[in-house]
Design a binder for this molecule. Structure first.
Ligand code: PXP
Length: 246
């Protein structure tokens, strides 16, 4: 199981103080240093979301991590012409296409691939042609899985937000949806990842979902890092992930 570490919140912290003076000599924390600290803790890849509103990661952060960190880079981005142009210049190892609304606090719900197949097909093709492996961040829904295959995506990332935010019967129902979506994707030859709201406390429940090869985790790792440091927080998560059979 690969662990992708999302370090967006390191940039969130920097922007809280320095958004209007990013060229100043005293800007902190350093994004590249954070990526390297995550690598030291056992991250298998670094995930950055460059949002349309640039609320946390800036373009130059992505280029700096690309240049200076020797780990696969996973760029999360909205499926827009402007972001495509950016990704074609950055050439990340992976691109995860996500829905974006300016008002949302974080990515709410998956991308509606089924409703936008005509726009997505050439975008996916351009990214693949440019050397970035593409994944679709989707809800665990058969229609979205089939549409992801139809637009040529070799990977999907199943949105685990609802799974994470529920307990009891609701979680059991959502887990069943994740299992079904993962099985369908696997049968279509698509690699299956999961992300959003994953914490140490829900790994056991998530581990019943078959065919998962990568988890993308951000918020909880950065929260833990406040107390133990980023390298140790990643190490703890990596150890917790490895305690389960995937
Ligand atoms: N994967 C995707 C596609 C996301 O948009 C996010 C949230 O930015 C994550 C994973 C990480 O979610 P969390 O921060 O809740 O661990």
């Amino acid at each position: 199981m690969h662990l992708g570490v999302n370090i967006d919140h390191v940039a969130t912290l920097r922007q809280a103080r320095y958004a209007t003076m990013l060229d100043s000599h005293n800007v902190e924390p350093d994004i590249v240093a954070a990526a390297k600290a995550a690598q030291e803790g056992g991250a298998d890849s670094i995930t950055l979301h460059v949002r349309e509103d640039r609320r946390h990661m800036q373009d130059e952060d992505a280029f700096a991590v690309r240049r200076q960190v020797n780990l696969p880079l996973n760029l999360e981005m909205g499926a827009t012409p402007a972001m495509l142009e950016f990704a074609l210049r950055l050439k990340p190892d992976f691109v995860c296409l996500v829905p974006e609304r300016r008002e949302e606090i974080t990515t709410e719900g998956g991308l509606d691939v089924a409703g936008h197949m005509e726009e997505l097909r050439p975008l996916v093709a351009a990214l693949l042609e440019n050397g970035s492996k593409v994944s679709m961040f989707i809800d665990p829904d058969a229609e979205q899985v089939r549409a992801s295959a139809a637009v040529g995506a070799p990977m999907i990332e199943l949105h685990t937000g609802r799974f994470a935010n529920t307990l009891g019967e609701e979680r059991a129902a959502e887990t069943a949806r994740l299992v079904a979506a993962a099985e369908l994707a696997h049968s279509l030859g698509i690699e299956v990842h999961a992300g959003h709201g994953i914490q140490v406390a829900n790994l056991a429940d998530l581990s019943v979902v078959p065919h998962l090869t990568e988890l993308n985790i951000g918020h909880t790792i950065i929260c833990r890092a406040v107390f133990v440091g980023l390298t140790e927080a990643v190490r703890e998560m990596k150890t917790a992930v490895e305690m389960h059979k995937w």
